[in-house]
Ligand binder design. Structure first.
Ligand SMILES: [Zn+2]
Length: 87
């Protein structure tokens, strides 16, 4: 399992921690949609974007900001690791 955490000593939005205590800092806002999606956020109902490209309904910049806010609202969530720490 991996947990979405608030970084202690970094100006980043998110840190992903696994059950072995290893962690990955999410450094750039372009990574927010992917991370948020891992934990259940959906960029757009149409399914034609991963949140980093425009779709017919939404701008990527708007989805990236929303993903960042979603992450801040969901610290502590746990999901199965989709591959952040390898297998
Ligand atoms: Zn759309």
């Amino acid at each position: 399992m991996i947990t979405l955490c608030e970084p202690d000593n970094a100006p980043c939005v998110a840190e992903i921690v696994n059950d072995r205590g290893e962690s990955i800092l999410i450094q750039t806002d372009w990574d927010w949609p992917g991370v948020a999606s891992t934990f259940g956020w959906v960029p757009c109902q149409c399914g034609q974007t991963d949140g980093t490209v425009d779709c017919p309904h939404r701008k990527a910049s708007e989805m990236i900001q929303e993903a960042g806010e979603w992450i801040r609202d969901h610290y502590g969530m746990e999901v199965e690791d989709p591959g952040y720490f390898g297998r």
